[in-house]
Design a protein around this ligand. Structure first.
Ligand code: FES
Ligand code: FES
Length: 153
């Protein structure tokens, strides 16, 4: 069955099973491998993308659920050569360790700041609680979010 999805501003007409997880469509069909597979059961956040601007776990989202909706992946977060403020803050705070969780962390942080541009520390903690980092970069992640929000990090 043909499904039309819009990813990073580009429309794709795909011949895939409607139950296929969005994550597989992004990675295997569209070649957008920036979004990572971690647990596959909505427990780690590695696969986080935006659907209509909200953070969504791509591993448990059937592709038919996003038909006709705007999906953004890490590849579409920057505006041309200009990094998203969250990406810029990530670099300035030197957040990344192994990097595996970072796509999901950045996408969750960007969705948080979009909905709440000046989150409190508690709101940051709550919004990011579903994104696991095996390297334990949580302090730097929170600092980078505060920096992106224009707060002293
Ligand atoms: S891979 Fe989707 S939440 Fe872990
Ligand atoms: S940076 Fe390694 S898992 Fe988060």
């Amino acid at each position: 069955m043909a499904i039309e999805i819009r990813v990073n501003g580009k429309t794709h007409r795909l011949d895939v099973d409607p139950d296929t997880p969005l994550l597989w469509v992004l990675r295997d069909t569209l070649g957008l491998t920036g979004t990572k597979f971690g647990c596959g059961i909505a427990q780690c956040g590695a696969c986080t993308v935006h659907v209509e601007g909200e953070a969504r776990r791509a591993c448990v989202t059937p592709v038919e659920a996003v038909a006709g909706k705007a999906v953004t992946t890490i590849e579409g977060l920057a505006e041309g050569d200009t990094l998203h403020p969250v990406q810029q803050a990530w670099l300035e705070e030197d957040v990344v360790q192994c990097g595996y969780c970072q796509t999901g962390q950045i996408m969750s942080a960007a969705a948080l700041l979009d909905a709440n541009p000046k989150p409190s520390d508690l709101q940051i903690k709550t919004a990011m609680a579903g994104n696991i980092c095996r390297c334990g970069a949580y302090d730097r992640i929170a600092k980078a979010i505060r920096r992106a929000a224009g707060e002293p990090s």
